[in-house]
Design a binder for this molecule. Sequence first.
Ligand code: PMP
Length: 351
Amino acid sequence: MSRFWSGFVNELDPYVPGEQPKLANLTKLNTNENPYGPSPKVIEAIRMAASDRLRLYPDPTSAELRQAIADFYRIDAAWVFVGNGSDEVLGHVFNAFFRQEAPILFPDISYSFYPVYCQLYHISYDTVPLSHDFSINVDDYDRINGGIIFPNPNAPTGCLLALSEIERLLQKNTESVVVIDEAYIDFGGESAVSLVKDYPNLLIVQTMSKSRSLAGMRVGYAIGQVDLIEGLIRVKDSFNSYPVDSLASAAGVAAMNDKAYFNETCQAVIDERNKVVAGLEELGFDVLPSAANFVFASHKQVDAVEIAAGLRKEGIIVRHFTKPRINQFLRISIGTAGENQQLLSVLDTLV
Ligand code: PMP
């Protein structure tokens, strides 16, 4: 590209998602999808919406979906913002609340989309090293900042920060927006939604991609007091005044309403995670404590790249990151009981 505008385009390092190969004969444990699929009630709701609603534009306020989310958390629907997956919601958050003048803070090992949004929206940032045990120490976020964001549980480590620590962070940091990205909170953590009423600068971002198994549908949301939600709506309206399409809305409503299926499948993922952790430890892996639907593990002797390549040869895909401190780790999504068993059996031949 040699045009005058190519400089900007070339400077941007876009986010690179985990690969999505065709599923036939592959055990896909690389992008933290839910192995159980959405509730049958979700499939039925999509079917009905497909026959009834496609001719019409979707509701620009997504009232039904926002209400279903609000009912689940027992909050007011005016505290809920929805979008096409939490990546889009996060994009609006960065655009609405973070600036160039004051650096925002996030952990040095964290969701790799954050620096991409910073580049895209010209936001300055400082990364804060994780502690020696890969945990987030809220005392490291004391300095004056233009905002704070981190996933809880963190990605790709899976480590959970206790709710009391998040509250301690909020008590220290009252001047800028604190965003907790709870993509994986339903697999063993306690949501900070309960703190929103006391902290007007707290925004929670969640997704239906993981615990509600709707990654292909793209539904994410944010929960915060009205001022923050209104800030997001102003940014959103400048992009696309329809937050989510009719099928996504119907699916999201049904997913929020089927609490029994949600509880059952989250618990199944947790039970399977416990088995995977025990199996990995038996094979000589060190596994970080995980509250997510994946584990982050490194082998005491065998190189991570070698293990990932060996797994791939046998049709199992896991995620490897090249960043120095974590380049001996593999991030392994929790699959079905059969997939997890297959993983452990193949690893047994590799380590
Ligand atoms: N936050 C974190 C920490 C994630 O790992 C992901 C999934 N890649 C997301 C947000 C985005 O998820 P989605 O856009 O599917 O809602």
